[in-house]
Design a protein around this ligand. Sequence first.
Ligand SMILES: *Cc1c(COP(=O)(O)O)cnc(C)c1O
Length: 410
Amino acid sequence: MTKRTRPWGHHPLTDNAQPDWQMHPDTLAVRGALARTGFGETSEALFLNSGFTYDNAEQAAAAFKDETDHFVYSRFSNPTVAMFENRLALLEGGEAAFATATGMAAMFASVASIVKAGDRVVAYAAMFSSCYVVLTEILPKWGVNTVLVEENTPEGWAKALSEPTSVVFIESPSNPLMEITDIRMVSDLAHKVGATVVVDNVMASPVLQKPLELGADVVMYSATKHIDGQGRVLGGAIIGTTKYIKETVLPFVRHTGPAMASFNAWVMLKSLETMTMRVERMAENALAIAQALEGHTAVERVVYPGLKSHPQHQMAMQQMKAGGTTVAIEFKADEASVFKFMNALQVIDISNNLGDSKSLITHPSSTTHRRLPLEVQAEMGITPSTLRLSVGIEHKDDLIKDLLNALKVI
Ligand SMILES: *Cc1c(COP(=O)(O)O)cnc(C)c1O
C-alpha cells in the first residue's frame, strides 16, 4: 500500500492549484490556501488529532529535523490550523503566520519571543488593558524596560525612539477610544533604532487596515473579534516574515504551547469566508450611528474615526478603508444615568466582547479597563461616562431607534 504524501506545512501557499493571477482579498478569504485531501471535500477538513504517524522511523527522524513538511504534533502545527494560518497570511500580505489559542497569547508571544532582559520596549499608552499589563507589569518582572509614549505626535514618538529599542507596540485604532497612530511614521522612526514594529490590528480587522503595507513588521490579532465575529471561539494570530515566524516565534511557541485548537481553526476558516461582508456592513452601520448620535443633547461627544470631528480623521482615512466598527460615546451624565441608558436598550446587548455580528455595548471603566487605575484610564480618555459600542450587522435603523429610545431615560 502506498501512502499519500502530505501536501501541507508552513508554506504561504499550498500545493493546491491556484489561478495564474493575483486574486482579490475577498476571493482569498474563501479560497486562499485551500488544501483539500484526496477525498475532495468541498469545505475545509477538520483534523481533530493531536499526533501524526510516520511510514517508518527514518521519516519520523527527518520530520523532527525539520527536513520535511510532515506534521509532527498539533502543539507545533496541524493541517487545519496551517490552512487558517496560510489563508490569514495571504489576506494580510504577510509571508507566514502562527495561530494561537487567544489574542493575548498572540500578543504575548509576538513580543516575548523577541525581547530579553535589559531590552527596551516602546508603546503608546492607549491600548487593551491586558496588553498594558503584559508590557508594564509582566515583562518588566523579567528585566524588560517598557517606555510609554506620552504624546501621540511625531515629536512624542521621536523622543521615545531616540535610543536603541527592541520592540515598538502599537494598537491603532485603540480600544475603546479609537485613537489613531500613524503606523508609517512610527515604523520609520522605529526602524532607525533597530526596533521590530508590532501592530495590534484587532480594532481595524484585516478588512480595514493592512499594517504591513504601512511599514510595520508584525501584525497580531485577537481572532475572537472580527475574524470569528460570531461569538463562538477564542483565537489569535501572529503574522510576519517567514524568517520572523520560523526563527523567532516558532522556537518560542513550540515550547511554551499557546497553539490554536484545530476545531477553533476550522470555525475561523469558515468565518474568514464572510469576514469582508460582515466588517464592511458593520463599518457602514457604525458611521450611520455615529452621525445619528453626534450633536444629541445628552451626548458630550461621539468618537469615531469616520466622523470629520475625529481629531485624526484624515490620518484614519489614509491608513484605513473605513472608520472601523466601534463607536465610543461620552455622555453628559454620571455613571448611574449611563447604566440606566444601557439597561433601557432593547436590541443591543450589554457585553464586553467586540467585532461581533450582534451589536454589543460596554462600560469600559467598570469592565474591560477596570483593572487600570482611574488616572491611567483618564490618560486613555476613558471616564465613567464613556460607553463603547461595537456595531453589528443588524439593520442600522433598528440600532439607531434602539439608541435614541434609550437616550430618553438620560
Ligand atoms: C480582545 C483584544 C485582545 C485580546 O484578545 P483575546 O482573544 O481576548 O485574548 C487584544 N487586543 C485588543 C485590541 C483586543 O480588543
